[in-house]
Design a protein around this ligand. Structure first.
Ligand code: FO1
Length: 312
């Protein structure tokens, strides 16, 4: 059984390759919920939904998030009432948020409603939220007036377009959060644990911050393989560089290796970074060179095969 720690778009693309090389039923995905937020009274879980929609083949291929062929009439209509609509919730995507919110308000756990949603989309890998209690990524960012203010992850990433320089990141609620049922058990018994190519700070970081998770990974380090989301000093997609730099993490596959070294024995780095493999090895993390730029599902499948072979 394989377990994958996953954030949003990069992880979802990797997982779509993974399920081509192993039986989907053998895969458990532990999804980041630090990006979750409430919009118009609805609970939105971007990373859980991106993984679900992508594994269902229904995602918007250009954006990586939301649904293909989406319309936005509902949020456009909300503008009449002065509602904030910078977070673009599509009309069909709204069904997911309406259903999830109703179930959560009825007292059903996030794990349970996530199971109902993935089953409805006929997604066969098991998708577990990292925790059933809220963990909210908060970013201290320096605004134009020079003052540092705390904003929620989506405010910084979407509303502010990742522009305000980051001073600090924290995961509100992580200390008191419990791993969702099955999270620790799946990590304990996995043949291999994959760290998907996601933002090390705000996608993988929250999962590691849930009590108990990091300790299991450290204990099972020799079975843990990561895929660097940073290629030639930059993220393929998303704001990882604008988080890693300010937090003192070198924006490179070497920086990722240094961040993961306590719990990850092998790191897949891109062919473009082959010259840095010896530095990664020097950190006690075995570097494996492969094509990590997932232009299509075929490359993603080859990458997944490489990652699994690296710790076979
Ligand atoms: N990202 C954007 O850049 N702009 C959006 O308006 C936006 C809306 C959105 C709605 C639902 C959803 O599940 C994701 C959405 N995302 C949007 C992506 C999201 O901010 C990120 O994918 C994750 O939070 C990080 O992976």
């Amino acid at each position: 059984m394989l377990v994958a720690l996953a954030g949003g778009v990069g992880a979802a693309r990797f997982l779509r390759g993974l399920v081509q090389v192993v039986a989907p039923e053998d895969v458990t995905v532990i999804g980041n919920t630090g990006d979750d937020d409430w919009f118009h009274g609805l609970l939105v879980c971007p990373d859980l939904d991106t993984v679900t929609y992508t594994l269902a083949g229904a995602e918007n291929p250009e954006m990586g998030w939301g649904l293909a062929g989406e319309t936005f009439h509902a949020v456009d209509a909300l503008e009449r009432y002065g509602a904030e609509t910078w977070f673009r919730l599509g009309d069909r995507d709204l069904a997911t948020h309406l259903y999830r919110t109703e179930r959560v308000r009825a007292g059903v756990s996030l794990s349970q409603v996530t199971r109902e949603i993935t089953e409805a989309w006929k997604v066969r890998p098991r998708l577990l939220p990292m925790s059933d209690s809220p963990v909210s990524t908060r970013i201290d960012a320096r605004e134009d007036d020079g003052r540092v203010r705390e904003v929620r992850m989506q405010e910084w990433f979407v509303r502010d377009r990742s522009e305000p320089p980051v001073v600090a990141v924290r995961f509100e609620g992580a200390e008191t959060a419990a791993p969702s049922p099955g999270v620790l058990d799946s990590l304990e018994h996995a043949d291999t644990i994959l760290i998907c190519p996601s933002n090390p700070v705000i996608s993988i970081g929250p999962i590691l911050a849930v009590p108990g998770v990091r300790a299991v990974l450290e204990r099972r380090r020799d079975r843990v393989v990561g895929v660097s989301p940073i290629v030639a000093g930059a993220p393929i997609k998303g704001p990882a560089d604008r988080l890693m730099g300010p937090l003192g993490i070198e924006v490179s596959c070497v920086g990722v290796a240094r961040e993961y070294r306590e719990f990850c024995s092998t790191l897949v780095i891109d062919a473009g970074d082959a010259a840095r493999a010896s530095e990664v090895d020097g950190l006690g993390v075995r570097a494996v060179v492969a094509d990590t730029v997932m232009r299509d599902a075929r490359v993603a499948a080859a990458l997944a095969r490489h990652a699994l072979a690296a710790v076979a």
